[in-house]
Design a protein around this ligand. Sequence first.
Ligand code: ADP
Length: 277
Amino acid sequence: MEDNTDKTDLAVHDKLNTLIKELDRGGKLLIRRDLELSRANEKLRYLDQAKSEFVSVAAHQLRTPLSGIKWSLNLLLAGDLGTLSDEQRTFLLKCYESNERMIALINDMLSADRVESGKFRFDLKPAQLLDLVDNVLFEILPVARDRHIKISFGTKTEKIPLVLMDAEKLRGAIQNLLENAVRYTLSGGSITVSFSADQGFVTMVVKDSGIGIPISQQGKIFTRFFRATNAIRKETDGSGLGLFITKNIVEKHGGKLWFESEQGKGSTFYFSIPIAL
Ligand code: ADP
């Protein structure tokens, strides 16, 4: 009887030993895996930083000659280097516009990189959002007028509470939303801008009667470089970086950005940021 118990004890002991060895092996394997993952992670971080530096250096290097071209074209267009024929002026204006688009694209690439790598420093101060919007509209209204698009205020808001903002960064975000509204609205269309203040947030709404965003592509709209098929058809220029940057800027203000859209009917973009207390 005792002999049998001893045998059972021994068998259990052996089994336990095997299990402990397996556990030990499993543990070592996990530690090795963890180490491998940490190394892979470190490598990815290094590559990401290298990519970021490459974009930054390349973009800065490209900006200098483009500024030189802009300067020379300005001289030519101003007639400082001689009188131009109408045809010469038309072609030079086309060069000027292409050059401007290239500068804008490079600036977008630099901003997207800064946003991603956390290099963008935000200095939030209480300020009036309406002043900023007026300022942006001053530049956008002539472009809208040229395209026969009407921009108006919804419920004309005389005053809204001050918000906490980094004016320079938020200016870029507002400019992008308004430029998109103009870019993706057909001639004869309209854009309405309105504001509201509620539960500690000010919300700005940009509603357009434009081409809208196909429902199947709405989920990708804030992804870098994404452009909807109908947008590419209407407007071949565009980096697909604007909304990615805009969303990041709004979120850095402790706010959020969202939209509603129906293809062929129009889009409404909203963003909310906290009121300054
Ligand atoms: P871009 O305008 O340079 O293409 P954005 O990142 O600003 O880049 O916008 C991404 C895409 O979102 C656009 O290409 C377009 O498909 C869509 N989009 C943005 N705003 C609007 C709008 N107001 N109406 C229709 N589509 C829009």
